[in-house]
Design a protein around this ligand. Structure first.
Ligand code: HEC
Ligand code: HEC
Ligand code: HEC
Ligand code: HEC
Ligand code: HEC
Ligand code: HEC
Length: 449
């Protein structure tokens, strides 16, 4: 089949147009998402678009500054460092007296980033206007839901466009095929397609044979690899009854993992905290934003805590049913204290950096685990047998001086191995490394009941 240069050019044009549109859309989408992410991460604790809180509402604040006679660019400087702005611009000086509390400084934010934040804020509909006549906390919550819908329609529009482009492209190809067929029909229609195919097949039997064998081998290999991955879902993240964020608790507020997972150094399982552990703090902490209050209210329902007056227990409690995130099959034995205490393996090595986990917990794919500083790099999917034994083959019993527990236990093992049967053990002791594998970490019965 022949495609004329002209046709080719036309299809390149179509694709080029499609790609440019996509890039453009992705760009706008990105800027929006960047503004939203930055606002939520850095500003939302004090500011809301339409309501004064710790800081004033930020909706169309640039217009307000322009109208008030602020110097150009002064508002950007304000966000970077409000003291500097207040010193340089009389208008900013008046703003700084708004509240007795002061704003944070954000020297790390670039101008474009600040603009994206303010653009995001200006794009937020006023919840009070959206639910007319329903002011207060309830109205704010409903407004937030409306907002969410707004951003998801974006995704539908994008998907629709992608489909339209694909359909256009496919129909283009079909047209080309049709015209090519018409051409060949003219040239020869005495033989059937089957005969033609047989002849073509016969002429090309060697390369075809190679292709056939290669495909078969590839299928078998992927089949076997697939078997090892049955039941493995990388990045598994079940939904949870309460949107509990690890970053706020362990990162920002610096709570130790063991405060909540208190059996991790003592037993096989790490354990999950009871409602009472949460209530140690949450009797006082009830959240600042509506979204936080909504989640913490669920905690109160579970604990049977009434916020009326100075707060009291109603006696009607129910357990929080957390969904299990990491699950090993029943035939596998895994012990936390063995790894965390004896093996001195950091939680990060297997669970990723939970102090940065904004949403509920998930199984972190091995590619992400490898990016974390201090982790040894592994290749097999997290939680598979390959993952366990690969680490056991790599990981030394104790890095550097053989004895992390400082009780001489491993030094004694080391000494005995060297003295008893040098020939047998020298193969792995000559490099000075004793890995978990060499102490029996590859024995089936260590991990299988
Ligand atoms: C710790 C609380 C806090 C955080 C976090 C915070 N601000 Fe502020 N912001 C304030 C306060 C308080 C004021 C009022 C000025 C004053 O009293 O010092 C203010 C004022 C402002 C103003 C001027 C408002 C007006 O009405 O003129 C802008 C603009 C602003 N902040 C932007 C931001 C941006 C953008 C972020 C995030 C990058 C941010 N703020 C993060 C507390 C905060
Ligand atoms: C304030 C209490 C608290 C602290 C502190 C805490 N966690 Fe958690 N953790 C939880 C709760 C509640 C869950 C269940 C909700 C979920 O899965 O997100 C959980 C779930 C987990 C899970 C997934 C459990 C599963 O089902 O497989 C891991 C892994 C985890 N935490 C690790 C850590 C690490 C590592 C730290 C320290 C950096 C830590 N946690 C600190 C409360 C806490
Ligand atoms: C060597 C890898 C490894 C290390 C290190 C590790 N974990 Fe785990 N963790 C696992 C595995 C595997 C499971 C799944 C266990 C199961 O299903 O039996 C798990 C499960 C969990 C769970 C779910 C509840 C449970 O006990 O099954 C929590 C919570 C948890 N880990 C927290 C921690 C904390 C906190 C640390 C650090 C102090 C830590 N883990 C260190 C591998 C590890
Ligand atoms: C050591 C104190 C402490 C403990 C224990 C604690 N929290 Fe919190 N929690 C906080 C603080 C502080 C905040 C931040 C509130 C804020 O920003 O105003 C918070 C925020 C939250 C939020 C709102 C987060 C958001 O941004 O949406 C939820 C939900 C939450 N905690 C659930 C829990 C649960 C469930 C437990 C028990 C497993 C728990 N907390 C245990 C101190 C604690
Ligand atoms: C990041 C590395 C790492 C991963 C991943 C890991 N382990 Fe281990 N494991 C260790 C270390 C280190 C020790 C050695 C503890 C010691 O010093 O005796 C160990 C020891 C063990 C032991 C005791 C071995 C013995 O000789 O007594 C068992 C059983 C075990 N691990 C099971 C597992 C299972 C099951 C998994 C997978 C779900 C797993 N491990 C994943 C590092 C790891
Ligand atoms: C370090 C721990 C460890 C050792 C040692 C180990 N296994 Fe496993 N094995 C596992 C884990 C974890 C799984 C579950 C993997 C999964 O769910 O995908 C597993 C799964 C299996 C399965 C089920 C098939 C599959 O992929 O899920 C078989 C069969 C098996 N192991 C056989 C063995 C044999 C035979 C040995 C000894 C040569 C051995 N294992 C040694 C940890 C280990």
């Amino acid at each position: 089949m022949k495609i004329s240069i002209n046709q080719m050019f036309r299809s390149i044009k179509t694709w080029g147009f499609g790609a440019t549109t996509m890039l453009f859309l992705a760009g706008t989408f990105n800027a929006n998402a960047q503004g939203e992410a930055l606002f939520k991460a850095k500003c939302a604790t004090c500011h809301q678009p339409h309501k004064n809180g710790t800081g004033p509402k930020l909706f169309e604040v640039r217009k307000k500054w322009d109208a008030g006679g602020a110097k150009a660019g002064s508002i950007i400087q304000w966000v970077n460092n409000w003291q500097a702005a207040a010193a340089a611009d009389p208008y900013a000086q008046t703003v700084s007296t708004w509240a007795p509390s002061a704003m944070n400084v954000f020297p790390e934010l670039k101008e474009a980033e600040i603009v994206s934040i303010l653009d995001y804020v200006d794009a937020q509909a006023d919840p009070a206007a959206a639910v007319a006549g329903a002011p207060g906390a309830e109205g704010a919550v409903v407004g937030e839901e409306l907002e969410e819908e707004g951003s998801s329609t974006w995704i539908w529009v994008m998907l629709g466009l992608i489909f339209a482009i694909i359909i256009a492209a496919v129909s283009g190809v079909r047209r080309q095929l049709k015209s090519a067929l018409n051409e060949s029909d003219d040239s020869d229609n005495s033989r059937s397609y089957f005969e033609e195919f047989k002849e073509w097949h016969w002429k090309n039997k060697k390369p075809l044979g190679v292709v056939f064998v290669a495909t078969a081998i590839a299928l078998i290999v992927t089949g076997f690899q697939g078997l090892g991955n049955i039941g493995v879902v990388e990045a598994y993240q079940p939904s949870q009854p309460i949107a509990f964020p690890h970053d706020i608790h362990t990162g920002v507020n610096g709570i130790d993992c063991k405060y909540c997972h208190n059996s991790v150094t003592k037993s096989k399982s790490a354990g999950l905290p009871t409602v009472n552990v949460c209530m140690n703090c949450h009797k006082q902490v009830n959240g600042r934003t509506p979204a936080q209050q909504e989640q913490i209210a669920k905690l109160y329902t579970a604990a049977g805590w009434s916020t009326e007056g100075s707060g009291s227990y109603t006696g009607k409690s129910m357990p929080i049913k957390w969904n299990k995130v990491h699950v090993l099959p029943d035939h596998v034995y895994f012990n936390h204290s063995q790894h965390v205490v004896v093996g001195q393996v950091d939680c990060k090595q297997c669970h990723g950096d939970m102090t940065k986990q904004k949403e509920t917990a998930r199984v972190v794919p091995v590619s992400d685990l490898n990016k974390i500083e201090g982790n040894i790099a592994l290749t097999k999917p997290t939680l598979t047998m390959g993952w366990c034994i690969e680490c056991h083959a790599e990981k030394e019993i104790a890095a550097g001086p053989l004895d992390t527990k400082k009780d001489g236990y491993y030094d004694e093992i080391h000494r005995r191995l060297m003295n008893n049967d040098k020939k047998l053990y020298s193969s792995y002791l000559e490099d000075g490394k004793v890995t978990v594998k060499e102490l029996g970490g590859w024995e089936c019965a260590k991990c299988h009941y």
